[in-house]
Design a protein around this ligand. Structure first.
Ligand code: ADP
Ligand code: MG
Length: 260
């Protein structure tokens, strides 16, 4: 059975897409079969893995639509793409923004992604890159996942938003997915040279400790992480020897240890 991990935070630009791809690459490097799912209509993950969303005929949207029309989704009609570094992807494009409407209308529309992922349960890890909202797409991801991890930018306002996300997670746990666990929060884009960031790291730990796990690993600000998507590769392939690549490998290790 695949372990399904949602990467969620309703705030945009906190490192969800970057972390989905980097962790996917790190788990693959450890010998796992890894599948990524781009659930953000903007298609940033699809682009960052070297595909042009506009040219795609089969996406997570067409699969969700098939499920809504009660058609069975199989491995063959999912059209999984393999990136040039060998990571598998269910891509997306802007059509997915339509799913917001389709799925809300559908009774049990919250379980559509879960149905799709049953067709690919032979992967070891499936990571879902969530959109920056708490709408039906993110709730689909949370209903399908075993675990949710939360990238958090090291600033004060970002921390405030976590409570809202936690409330949504609790609701999903009660009503839709009792198996959903909170893997934890990890800090991203940390500029450790500034006092503000140093204070934020302490504030995050004191605000969240005892409530939800906070990973020790922190992803620092790095230009390599900005550049990697242009090459269509993860940081592990683009700049394997950097601190950024090492940090994501370490985060993957921490996730494995926490699961034991
Ligand atoms: P989200 O998916 O939450 O919207 P992204 O992963 O797309 O966030 O990141 C937003 C932007 O910040 C992207 O341009 C990405 O390349 C860049 N970025 C992500 N993490 C870092 C980091 N640690 N250091 C510098 N830039 C980063
Ligand atoms: Mg994103």
């Amino acid at each position: 059975m695949a372990k399904i991990i949602a990467v969620a935070n309703q705030k945009g630009g906190v490192g969800k897409t970057t972390s989905t791809l980097s962790l996917g690459a790190a788990f693959k490097e450890l010998g796992n079969r890894v599948l990524l799912v781009d659930l953000d209509p903007q298609g940033s993950l699809t682009l960052a893995m070297g595909s042009d969303p506009e040219t795609l005929e089969h996406t997570v949207y067409t699969a969700l639509r098939d499920v809504a029309e009660h058609e069975e989704v199989t491995r063959d009609n999912l059209h999984i793409i393999r990136s040039k570094e060998g990571i598998d992807l269910i891509p997306t494009n802007i059509e997915l923004s339509q799913a917001d409407i389709d799925l809300v209308r559908e009774p049990l529309g919250i379980f559509a992604l879960r149905d799709i992922l049953q067709a690919v349960s032979d992967y070891d890890y499936i990571f879902i890159d969530c959109p920056p909202s708490l709408g039906i797409l993110t709730t689909n991801a949370l209903a399908a996942a075993n675990q949710v991890i939360i990238p958090l930018q090291a600033d004060y306002l970002a921390l405030k938003g976590v409570n809202l996300l936690l409330r949504t997670i609790t609701k999903i746990q009660r009503r839709a997915n009792r198996n959903l666990k909170i893997g934890g929060v990890f800090l991203t884009m940390a500029d450790t040279r500034t006092l503000h960031t140093k204070e934020m790291i302490e504030t995050t730990h004191s605000a969240l400790d005892g409530k939800i796990p906070v990973f020790q690993t922190m992803i620092k600000m790095s230009v390599y992480l900005k550049e990697a998507p242009v090459s269509g590769q993860s940081i592990l392939a683009y700049a394997s020897d950097t601190n950024s690549a090492a940090s994501y490998r370490q985060l993957a290790q921490e996730m494995i240890e926490a699961a034991e």
